[in-house]
Design a protein around this ligand. Structure first.
Ligand SMILES: NC(=O)c1ccc[n+]([C@@H]2O[C@H](COP(=O)([O-])OP(=O)(O)OC[C@H]3O[C@@H](n4cnc5c(N)ncnc54)[C@H](O)[C@@H]3O)[C@@H](O)[C@H]2O)c1
Length: 291
């Protein structure tokens, strides 16, 4: 049984938007915070389009899209997260930026508010160390696209209390997600595999071995994955991929985790992936996946 009824999501980007849909769709009051109003406007637009499409496809009962949106709100004022039972952080993958956010959150939030980070690669113990409440801090790594994927990796840091871990676990289950427990190690389970694997696909493109569509087709056909690595990277975003590689490489010095030069060139060219309409593939619109 979860005691969490009001959810704060910090960061209205690719992941925050999807995580907020999961929470609001599960019947929880959900407040999305971002420092940029345009990110919140885009999140609202994407959320409305996704929910409307879900209802039209029969994945939600009639009226559920409107009801879900009524539970969803957006703010640029961090103080509006004060009464949340949990705040899930999904901002840039950078330790100092995350510390700064959690220090502000610690000042405004109730003592009982649980903090969670959706980080893919940074140590939960390190982020928690700058949060003012390392005992009430846990890793909750949702998977992309969060609005469709059930997996949540839940990672306790060294100071996370058993009660905080259990709260996060019950909350994930109450939202209909599938939690797994992992230790606080670089990449947890999923990105330990995915970051080097995706970089291998980028290096095949760099070397001119095959076209992105053929690499994706080969992986999907042979391994049965629903999406090829370059299609997935277009959803991840090249800006996020660069931060993930840098954080993972700094911790592990695994050569396959190092950011391929092509990623930097694509960022410089504005080819961030689906969010800018062009990455390894071209997109006619920048709607979120599934909308
Ligand atoms: N993209 C992925 O595939 C993926 C998957 C799982 C986890 N993650 C993790 O989720 C987190 C977010 O990644 P993303 O891809 O959604 O990033 P993103 O760049 O799409 O979005 C980040 C959002 O955070 C906002 N932001 C940045 N600093 C802020 C601050 N101090 N206060 C408020 N808002 C702030 C930005 O305005 C932006 O809207 C990262 O930690 C990343 O490692 C990403």
């Amino acid at each position: 049984m979860s005691d969490i009824k009001t959810v704060g999501v910090a960061g209205a980007g690719t992941m925050g938007t999807g995580i907020a849909i999961v929470a609001a769709r599960a019947g929880l009051r959900t407040i999305v915070f971002d420092q940029r109003q345009e990110a919140l406007d885009r999140a609202r637009e994407q959320t409305a389009a996704f929910l409307t499409k879900s209802e039209a496809r029969g994945k939600l009962p009639p009226g559920a899209a409107t009801q879900t949106l009524e539970r969803w709100s957006a703010t640029t004022e961090i103080a509006n997260l004060a009464n949340c039972d949990i705040v899930i952080e999904a901002i840039f993958e950078d330790l100092d930026t995350k510390h700064h956010l959690f220090q502000q959150l610690d000042e405004v939030c109730n003592e009982s508010t649980l903090f969670a980070s959706n980080t893919s690669t940074i140590s939960i113990t390190e982020i928690a160390g700058g949060s003012g409440r390392p005992d009430r801090f846990v890793g909750m790594h949702f998977c992309l696209p969060a609005q469709l994927m059930k997996l949540v990796e839940i990672s306790p840091g060294m100071s996370t209390s058993q009660q905080s871990f259990e709260r996060a676990w019950a909350f994930a289950e109450a939202m209909g997600q599938k939690p797994v427990k992992t230790q606080d190690t670089p990449g947890f389970i999923l990105n330990y595999f995915l970051i080097p694997f995706n970089n291998d696909a980028i290096r095949l493109v760099e070397q001119g071995v095959a076209a992105p569509s053929d690499i994706d087709l080969a992986i999907k056909t042979a391994l049965g994955y629903p999406m090829g690595p370059l299609e997935l990277l277009d959803l991840v975003g090249m800006d996020t991929q660069k931060l993930l590689c840098e954080a993972m490489y700094e911790l592990t010095h695994e050569p396959r985790a190092a950011c391929p030069p092509l990623v930097r060139r694509m960022i410089a060219a504005g080819r961030l992936g689906k969010k800018t309409g062009h990455g390894f593939h071209m997109y006619r619109d920048t709607k979120m996946f599934g909308a």
